[in-house]
Write a protein that binds this ligand. Structure first.
Ligand SMILES: [Zn+2]
Length: 257
């Protein structure tokens, strides 16, 4: 009897988790009220540079993300004045679980559960309302790091882990990475070739109808890079040179009523 009871409880928990995830997902992209996104800074390397950068952060740092989402949502006929609100939360003192580069399906599943647990246990809301989407932004001293690790945003749990540089001249490109991962949590998919990093045609192009096609003037947010020629692509400096393409717009429910 105890065994049956345990199985029944486990089943209920699983049904609740699935239902909760589903409701969260639907709710996050209705675009009827501002989507509250929380930034949780983390000192990724324990450096003084990252620590003083985090200490100097304020919400103005992320104002370009709010403006970008508003500008692009309005292009797709969304009338909400501020579709996304970014709020800065207190620094998180522990590192979120890392996803290994070669993690298989099972590895990703385990990591995703560990991250949900971490997000539930390790954050301090500082007396503010809990955000809908939680993004852990891991700041690195650029002196200690040449190549930045992969960032991840996931729809399950509306969570993201973003690697960023602790340097104000990199704030524009940090915002591009944060926005890219934010849109992943809302269901947008990557639109670049994982091998070469080049934008995929046509979904990863800001203006796939442009003649001549190259160079593209802007980048598509889920491709991240702007195609300059058939063989070359470059990262734009700020969100001013980035758009949300129609394929990404459809994935995040920016469809005209
Ligand atoms: Zn991506």
């Amino acid at each position: 009897m105890w065994r049956n009871l345990r199985i029944a409880v486990l089943l209920l928990v699983l049904i609740w988790a699935a239902g909760h995830t589903w409701l969260e997902r639907i709710g996050s992209k209705r675009w009827q009220e501002p989507l509250w996104v929380g930034i949780f800074p983390v000192n990724a390397d324990g450096s003084q540079a990252a620590q003083s950068y985090i200490a100097g952060l304020d919400e103005r740092e992320f104002g370009d993300i709010e403006k970008f989402v508003a500008r692009e949502a309005h292009r797709y006929g969304k009338t909400l004045e501020q579709p996304v609100h970014i709020a800065l939360y207190p620094q998180v003192s522990h590192m979120p679980p890392q996803l290994q580069h070669d993690a298989g399906m099972l590895g990703i599943m385990v990591w995703s559960l560990r991250l949900r647990w971490f997000a539930w246990r390790s954050i301090d809301l500082g007396g503010r309302a809990p955000p809908r989407v939680r993004l852990f932004v891991l700041y690195h001293d650029p002196q200690l790091l040449q190549i930045i690790p992969d960032s991840h945003g996931m729809q399950k749990g509306l969570l993201g882990v973003v690697h960023a540089f602790a340097l104000s001249s990199m704030a524009g490109s940090n915002s591009i990475v944060i926005t890219h991962e934010l849109l992943h949590t809302l269901g947008a998919t990557d639109k670049y070739d994982p091998g070469s990093g080049k934008p995929l045609f046509p979904g990863g192009f800001a203006d796939p109808d442009r003649k001549p096609l190259y160079p593209q003037e802007k980048a598509e947010i889920m491709a991240a890079r702007r195609a300059i020629s058939e063989h070359d692509a470059e990262l734009p400096p700020t969100l001013a040179a980035v758009v949300v393409g129609p394929a990404t717009a459809a994935e995040i429910n920016w469809t005209r009523p």
